[in-house]
Design a protein around this ligand. Structure first.
Ligand SMILES: [Zn+2]
Length: 1052
């Protein structure tokens, strides 16, 4: 798209037809246009150059020449430094006396030892000269306190902050303007929250894809049962008689709805079991492969017993990664990196309009590779990275070589490119390069290219961890502060980046505390700033330090942090001003900002109110506002943070309302994550916090990243869903990203008819590795174009469909009532199944049977589970507002597998396993999530990936309880925690929990013990989560199926 190429204004615009034509509605939240976030307009863009340019590597427009190929231009070192500011080294440095001297800054910052306030030179982002990675010392420049400078109130709106600086970066404006000029209108995606979701909404409402069928009596997949049945029905033309009679014959047999009644040829269980005498299979085989069907039967006198709920399809094997895709195209990247909602790409708009389910992809660019497979690293060195000169696609297994090896054809845009001399290879008899074996990029769907300097706007940043920690009374009392300090300390050796890693800390209550960690000190010095309206950063050089150089100071600090505040009685939270201060310190380099928040922000900018989570608001058009950030400060800060390559992870601990809706915004737009520990108490929750914080600190992280997904001619991605900031129409800015983050996107056809046989997709993630290398991870996949709706359904991937459903529904709750979001899920499901039914029902005389594609047999169940999930369930009383919002933020980032596990957790009976010496853990079977699965003589583990619930049946053998709980076996289980006792049974249980945790370590399941009948715990922890049951007025699984089925049949 021409728009993507800010740097190449002169390029002829691509013909609209090309796949790269500018999207009609690019989203440019941060570009100058539009009402958007104030800052972007002005923007000094620190990353600035990187912004537009970063885009470059992924640009896809016109022929590229020379250097611009590379997206990232090295920035002249001095560019961001402000020569006018003399560097005043340690002039104002407080004396290095005792440990932790507190230098309190009175209201007037320029007095006493407190270095004079030097407003954030936001306008003049200081860029350390050439980054001195290991040095850890931030060049003094920008934040140096200078009393003589007029102080610019930090509190001022971001817009003003940025405007000045913008101009400062000479080249930027140009880039920006050209960038934005070419930009089309604007896409809803990530604009103001209100506008954010319209797109999704639009999509949701109109379309409603197919639906799955249930089987009442028959075993779900058993074709044997079905086929005879089907055959029989298909046998004659006049279906109606066949199906209706049985139905009519059984008065009362089924559900009420009159309209449905007649058409619903419901079959009784008997019928299913004795399918009649129809001709044996044969002709029906093909059909059976296409879909499954479920007899929605009825039993006289009952409404919902007509379905044999045991026969309903369930994901008791967990998520099964689709493989048909890979079978067809063995060189595709693995499905854990990229999954399509259907790998049969529709060839026409009319097909798309009949698909009804989301059409798109779920991408997890840094997923942990499958066992035994590593992503090969390719270094083209002097040759340069081989990319299509027009669309910027990276060379991949689907490009073809011709002309004796001198040319290669791009699989995405079909352009014939020259093969450079360095990359030349002869072709063999069938046209393959003879060096294929040595070229992973030509045989592997996933590779990682080492990016040369053209892909850098500045030297690769070092890994940087900055901690903003609440030390108010509740943070200390809950034990949070101590656990956080200990955990960080224990991870110091494992932080990625080796000797390059940088670290810094700010703590806050009603004031802001900075810590000088200079390596020459023996102990850190604390400086307190109490003027919240005019924040300044004392000693900017020594607040962010190189970890290996200042290691002992950092350790001393962490060791003493809990005791420093142990007597703190401060109840206030100057969160907003502290956030600004952290931003000022970090803005030169970017990095990860970990925020530990225990108290509702109460002072200074960004303070939040106790928003009434008012029962009366639910069901009105004001309801969604509760789930949106209240103060524009948060969105504005998120925009600024992203620009400066800062990713925010929020750890929230409060036992009271803490406005996760507002705080989470910081994570949402910076590619971060929300961790929520309501009513945190270290005695109960410390293991979970320790584990999750450790993982956050030690998992491999990609820094200052941007991601783009390209696709072949005729199709285009239209919307993106997850945690990131959209930087241009299709460039996702991800200040930090890791294996636990997935992104979803929707696709549309640009042309009425696709003429190609295959559509290619290529995901490219440009990032800085912790070791300081610029890398591009590239995943490529091909999918066939199909002309048949049935084929689209056959190739559907339930996991990807559910992922998109989930993200769209959660987004919808930000602009609509919960009920509307749930209804939209149901409506799409009904539409899709209706469409599918129309494909086959009449022709095969399926009468009242519910039919669905085998590939989507679990979709109704997941859709039901989604409607009962924390972000969407019920109303006011069904989930606390913070809990709802936190779950929403989390679910927006989850990879497919983990999302499915959360929606349909595993329930396993383990008492027999514990008793039997020879029992193998592999033999444990997952059970349907219904209360009937629970036997009061048993012991069960419920695992949704975020927590374990261990359920003790009332009649469980006391021996087991004693072995597992020791003396506590009869106590109130809410006060008992599980630990290993010295006996085989206890070791086995702990072993199995460990095994479950290790199977996916991205979160930590805390263990909750529940005894049968012990209310309200049992209800809260377990019964309310048995998604197949009727809970609080919701549908049970069987009812849901009947309801869907009736709706499908209406007007069918
Ligand atoms: Zn191309």
């Amino acid at each position: 798209m021409g728009t993507e190429n800010p740097n190449r204004p002169s390029f002829p615009a691509r013909p609209a037809a090309t796949p790269f034509a500018a999207g009609p509605q690019p989203t440019m939240p941060f570009l100058s246009s539009g009402p958007v976030v104030g800052s972007q307009a002005s923007g000094f863009r620190p990353t600035p150059s990187s912004t537009p340019q970063a885009a470059m590597p992924f640009l896809s427009s016109g022929p590229v020449v020379g250097p611009e190929t590379s997206g990232f231009r090295p920035t002249p070192p001095g560019r961001f430094s402000d020569p006018s500011l003399p560097s005043v080294p340690s002039a104002n440095a407080p004396p290095t006396l005792g440990p932790f001297q507190r230098f309190t800054t009175p209201q007037n910052p320029s007095t006493a030892q407190a270095p004079p306030a030097r407003p954030l030179p936001v306008g003049q982002p200081v860029f350390p000269p050439p980054v001195q990675p290991p040095a850890g010392q931030v060049p003094p420049v920008s934040f140096r306190p200078q009393s003589q400078l007029p102080s610019v109130p930090m509190g001022s709106p971001p817009q003003s902050m940025n405007s000045a600086p913008l101009r400062a970066n000479a080249p930027q404006p140009l880039l920006d303007s050209s960038f934005s000029a070419s930009r089309p209108p604007f896409q809803p995606s990530f604009l103001p929250p209100e506008s954010t979701y319209p797109a999704a909404r639009a999509n949701l409402q109109p379309s409603f894809p197919g639906y799955p069928s249930k089987q009442s009596n028959a075993v779900p997949q058993a074709p044997a049962v079905q086929s005879p049945f089907l055959t029989q029905q298909g046998g004659y033309a006049a279906a109606p008689p066949t199906s209706s009679p049985p139905f009519l014959a059984q008065p009362g047999g089924y559900i009420p709805p009159p309209p449905v009644a007649a058409p619903l040829g419901l079959h009784s269980r008997e019928q299913m079991q004795h399918p009649g005498t129809g001709p044996p299979i044969g002709a029906v085989q093909g059909l059976i492969e296409d879909f499954s069907s479920l007899s929605v039967g009825s039993v006289p006198g009952s409404i919902d017993l007509g379905i044999d709920s045991k026969a309903l399809p369930r994901p008791l094997e967990g998520d099964v990664e689709p493989n048909s895709f890979a079978e067809m195209y063995p060189m595709n990247c693995h499905s854990r990196y990229l999954r399509l909602t259907t790998s049969g790409i529709p060839n026409s708009q009319s097909l798309v309009s009949r698909w009804h389910l989301p059409l798109g992809a779920v991408v997890c660019p840094l997923a942990v590779p499958p066992d035994g497979e590593e992503v090969p690293i390719v270094n083209f060195a002097a040759t340069g990275i081989i990319r299509c000169r027009r669309c910027r696609t990276y060379v991949n297994p689907y490009v073809t070589f011709t002309d004796g090896g001198r040319k290669w054809r791009c699989n995405i845009c079909s352009l014939l490119n020259d093969v450079s001399g360095d990359y030349f290879s002869h072709l063999d008899a069938i046209g393959r390069r003879i060096d294929l074996d040595q070229r992973p990029e030509l045989i592997k769907g996933s590779v990682e290219f080492v990016a040369p300097t053209e892909y850098m706007v500045r030297p690769p940043m070092p890994p940087l961890y900055f901690f903003l920690i609440d030390v108010s009374l509740s943070a200390v009392r809950s034990g949070m502060l101590e656990v956080v300090a200990q955990t960080i300390r224990s991870c110091l050796d494992e932080l990625p980046g080796s000797t390059r890693t940088q670290i810094g800390f700010i703590t806050f209550d009603s004031t802001i505390h900075f810590y000088n960690m200079k390596s020459s000190l023996t102990q850190p010095q604390m400086m307190v700033v109490s003027d919240l309206d005019d924040i300044f950063v004392p000693l900017p050089d020594d607040l962010l330090v190189n970890l290996s150089e200042s290691r002992s100071v950092v350790e001393t600090f962490l060791d003493s942090l809990p005791s420093m505040f142990q007597d703190n009685v401060n109840l206030e939270s100057a969160f907003g001003p502290a956030l600004k201060a952290a931003f000022m310190v970090m803005s030169q380099l970017g990095g990860k900002l970990l925020i530990f928040q225990n108290t509702l922000p109460s002072l200074g900018v960004g303070r939040l109110k106790l928003r009434g989570d008012d029962l009366r608001v639910y069901g009105t058009d004001k309801e969604h506002a509760l789930r949106l950030p209240e103060d524009p400060f948060y969105k504005q800060m998120a925009a600024d943070l992203t620009k400066y390559q800062i990713a925010v992870n929020i750890y929230a601990f409060s036992d009271k309302y803490t406005d996760i809706a507002s705080l989470g915004t910081l994570a949402k737009y910076t590619g971060g994550q929300v961790y929520y520990y309501p009513s945190f108490l270290s005695i109960i929750h410390k293991d979970r916090l320790r584990h999750e914080l450790s993982r956050d600190l030690t998992r491999e992280t990609a820094w200052e990243a941007v991601m783009r997904i390209r696709c072949g001619k005729g199709v285009r991605f239209t919307s993106y869903h997850g945690n990131f900031m959209l930087r241009s129409t299709d460039l996702l800015a991800l200040p930090a990203v890791d294996c636990d983050k997935a992104f979803a996107m929707q696709l549309c056809l640009e042309e009425t008819l696709l003429t190609t046989q295959t559509v290619y997709f290529q995901v490219a993630l440009l990032y800085t590795s912790s070791s300081g290398e610029r890398r591009i991870r590239v995943h490529t996949a091909a999918a066939p174009v199909v002309a048949d709706l049935g084929e689209m359904y056959r190739q559907a991937d339930t996991g990807a469909v559910v992922s998109l459903f989930c993200r769209l529904a959660i987004e919808k709750t930000l602009s609509h009532k919960l009920e509307d979001a749930r209804n939209s899920v149901q409506l799409r499901l009904v539409k899709a199944f209706k469409e599918y039914r129309n494909l086959y029902a009449v022709q095969h005389r399926l009468g009242g049977r519910m039919i669905y594609p085998e590939s989507l047999k679990l979709l109704p169940l997941y859709a039901l589970a989604l409607c009962k999930s924390t972000p969407l369930r019920g109303g006011y009383a069904d989930a606390q507002l913070d809990e709802r919002c936190a779950a929403g933020y989390t679910m927006m980032t989850l990879p497919v597998k983990r999302l499915l596990k959360l929606l349909y957790p595993s329930l396993i009976r383990i008492d027999e396993y514990l008793l039997k010496p020879t029992a193998q853990a592999d033999e444990l079977k997952r059970l349907p999530l219904v209360a009937e699965s629970l036997d009061s003589r048993g012991l069960y583990i419920y695992d949704d990936g975020f927590r374990f619930v261990i359920w003790f049946g009332r009649m469980l053998s006391p021996e087991i309880a004693m072995n597992l709980l020791g003396q506590d076996f009869a106590a109130d289980l809410s006060k008992v925690s599980l630990y290993e006792h010295d006996n085989e049974m206890s070791r086995k249980l702990m072993g199995i929990l460990k095994k479950f945790r290790e199977s996916d370590p991205s979160y930590y399941q805390l263990c909750h013990l529940v005894r049968q009948g012990e209310q309200p715990r049992e209800g809260f922890f377990l019964l309310a989560n048995l998604v197949e049951d009727q809970i609080g007025g919701t549908n049970g699984y069987a009812d849901w199926i009947l309801q869907i089925h009736r709706q499908v049949q209406q007007n069918a």
